[in-house]
Design a protein around this ligand. Sequence first.
Ligand SMILES: C[S@@+](CC[C@H](N)C(=O)[O-])C[C@H]1O[C@@H](n2cnc3c(N)ncnc32)[C@H](O)[C@@H]1O
Length: 272
Amino acid sequence: MTATTAKIREHYSSTGLTGRIKSALAMIAPEDQMLTVAQLAQLDQFHTRGILATTELAEAAGLEPSTRVLDLGCGLGGPARYLAATFGCKVTGVDLSPSFIDTATYLTARCGLSDRVTFQVSNALHLPFEDAAFDTVFLQHVAMNIEDRTALYAEVRRILTPGGRFATYDLVLRDGDVVYPTPWARDGSTSFLLGESDTRTALEQAGFNAVLWRDDTQTALDWFRAAMAGAPPNGLNLGLVMGPYFTAMTRNLARNIRENRLGVLSAVMTRG
Ligand SMILES: C[S@@+](CC[C@H](N)C(=O)[O-])C[C@H]1O[C@@H](n2cnc3c(N)ncnc32)[C@H](O)[C@@H]1O
């Protein structure tokens, strides 16, 4: 593992995370009571617009019960559980962070989805899967932590079936310097944002063709405005995972979007 990858893993490491989440969940339901995907959505959808964005991207990707899905950089597994619960498909989640994978596995058992959703620790650049093992790959708010996009997109292409789909929802660089800390990086040393047109070029050069290419920046801004004007989230939220600076990180993300330093992009590509 490179020093940069170790630093990124450290950013997403959270000591005693599953235990803290267990205690927080005790306020909602006893340990032997099944939880729903919706009950966890404030906690486990680690990207701009939360479960709304996952819902839209999943619809655009067109999943069926037989679709074999990989959620790359799956975080706490919220999107993977949503996909399995909504479409009846099997989902594999991989993530660099062992503590996130531990929590994802626990939350999946609490939702009664362990037969359809499984997780493992892995680096997105070196996936432990055979060629063409998946029909659809999801990548939400992960690419900004990955410097070598050529290697990332080549690895996604390798594990997809011909004609398979790559659904991605990410931040793109616009004008001016990004203000840190953000939810994905304390400073620029672990942040590898690309502009929209460079992202498209990298994807096309890797052998993908766009079936959806949508600028979601304004939708994201509207969502941040409403979220900041509304009541603060209850105890079950990403602050529990990322610590006391998470509110400041999220404010910086909203500011970067508002000041046109960052944009938000949704895309669904087919593997050529
Ligand atoms: C902002 S979170 C998004 C999590 C999830 N996709 C979601 O939307 O809820 C970014 C995730 O990417 C993971 N990640 C970053 N670099 C990675 C890599 N090289 N390989 C695998 N996962 C990575 C992090 O550990 C973290 O869980």
